[in-house]
Write a protein that binds this ligand. Structure first.
Ligand code: FAD
Ligand code: NAP
Length: 339
């Protein structure tokens, strides 16, 4: 088979920060057997290889010097048994469309994850999460091509080592495992999770105690649209920094100085700090420089207002990070992958 390789392909439309960068080689993956072939090609020519979904969690620091595989595998298989359903979903499916299709079919479990951009295949990479739910609550397994072992492998949920915005795919298997499908278990007649404050407030304001899946999805979409910029209108990659995890001692010390610090206790005794609060309090909310800024409605979202380069974006992020470190002694970690 001949791979449809394109040379010097622009990645601007393939990253939600709209950074102008190009891939030396680019292949649209539409069939499973193209993957081992593309991996072999990269290896023979000693090219680095990048698996790209919708580019909603990526910063291109410069042109990509190797082979970019754009995940285009499609297909959803659903097996229902009693009240539960297992779905095998191809990696190139759109995550939000999947959520909407499941809600329409009465299958619950991922409705809180509506409107998260990106592909299904990327969802396990950072164990996508929002409004009190993470992918891990419904993930059964992940199938893909293991580059090191040169074979197809299925990893159980446990083997994915999912954690807060984290997984094995960001560590031991970083850039080593090409996810081709994801298996989820959803439920009919599930009880929606609406304990997350803004969702809870939404329903109590409207006097709704037991919302339907459709009502939850509509609430999540409305809340998200009210504060998160649409990348089509204002390029961004969602949260630019992770919420930092600190010890109880550090949290108490900060709380003594800043009684309005926003923090949440974790099961292991540590605390998660709201990075948006730190950035806001350091004076960066709505503040920008040369076409890049922290968003005025959600300080955690970095927006690329004037199509500036990845290098400029990262330099600006470094200033924000440095300032937060100076002011609060807390190190922010960048969430998107940098290439
Ligand atoms: P990409 O950005 O293309 O890739 C991200 C990383 O995953 C890269 O390292 C890439 O190599 C790797 N990767 C992608 N696909 C595969 C694959 N098939 N196999 C192996 N590796 C792969 N995230 C949340 O968790 N919660 C949110 O609420 C949320 N909201 C967002 C809102 C906005 C407006 C934006 C822009 C982003 C948001 N994100 C959120 C981040 C992002 O949507 C998710 O991380 C998403 O899963 C990324 O999908 P993608 O296809 O765009 O991945
Ligand atoms: P928010 O509701 O303003 O909350 C701010 C932060 O506080 C969030 O990061 C959230 O952590 C944390 N938080 C709030 N209530 C919590 C609780 N009861 N227990 C533990 N932590 C709590 O956040 P937002 O910016 O509008 O985003 C809403 C949701 O969408 C959040 O879950 C957020 O993670 C998600 N989101 C993620 C991205 C991304 O790119 N990663 C982008 C946009 C939105 P968590 O982040 O752990 O939920």
């Amino acid at each position: 088979m001949t791979l449809p390789v394109i040379e010097n392909h622009s990645l601007k439309a393939h990253n939600t920060l709209a950074v102008e960068a190009s891939a030396r080689y680019f292949v649209e993956i539409s069939q499973l057997d193209q993957i081992p072939e593309a991996v072999d090609l990269a290896q023979r020519q000693a090219l680095p290889l990048l698996l790209l979904g919708q580019g909603s969690n990526i910063v291109f620091e410069s042109d990509y010097p190797g082979l970019v595989l754009h995940m285009g595998l499609k297909g959803i298989e659903i097996t229902e048994q009693g009240d539960s359903a297992e779905l095998e979903v191809a990696a190139g499916e759109n995550w939000h469309d999947l959520v909407m299709a499941c809600v329409a079919r009465g299958l619950g479990g991922i409705e809180n994850l509506a409107l998260i951009p990106g592909t299904v295949g990327a969802a396990p990479i950072q164990n996508i999460g929002a409004y009190g739910v993470e992918l891990g609550t419904v993930l059964v397994s992940v199938t893909g091509w293991h580059r090191g072992e040169r074979c197809w492998r299925t990893l159980t949920q446990k083997q994915c080592l999912l954690a807060y915005r984290d997984s094995v795919f960001k560590h031991d298997l970083k850039d080593q495992f090409i996810i081709t499908s994801v298996r989820l278990r959803l439920q009919r007649n599930s009880i929606p999770r609406i304990d997350y404050q803004p969702l809870n407030a939404w329903f109590s304001d409207r006097g709704i105690e037991r919302p339907s899946l459709q009502q939850v999805v509509e609430a999540v979409i409305a809340i998200r649209r009210s504060k998160l910029p649409d990348p089509e209108e204002l390029p961004n990659a969602g949260s630019f920094f992770k919420n930092p995890i600190v010890t109880a001692k550090q949290q108490a010390a900060l709380m003594a100085v800043y009684p309005d610090l926003v923090s949440y206790p974790l099961a292991d005794g540590q605390f998660k700090l709201a990075a948006a609060w730190l950035i806001d309090r350091a004076g960066w909310k709505g503040r920008g420089d040369n076409g890049v800024a922290m968003h005025a409605l959600q300080a955690l979202v970095l927006v690329n207002q004037q199509a500036v380069s990845g290098r400029k974006i990262l330099a600006f992020a470094e200033r924000v990070r440095e300032d937060v470190l100076q002011k609060f002694g807390v190190k922010l970690e960048i969430e998107p992958a940098i290439y």
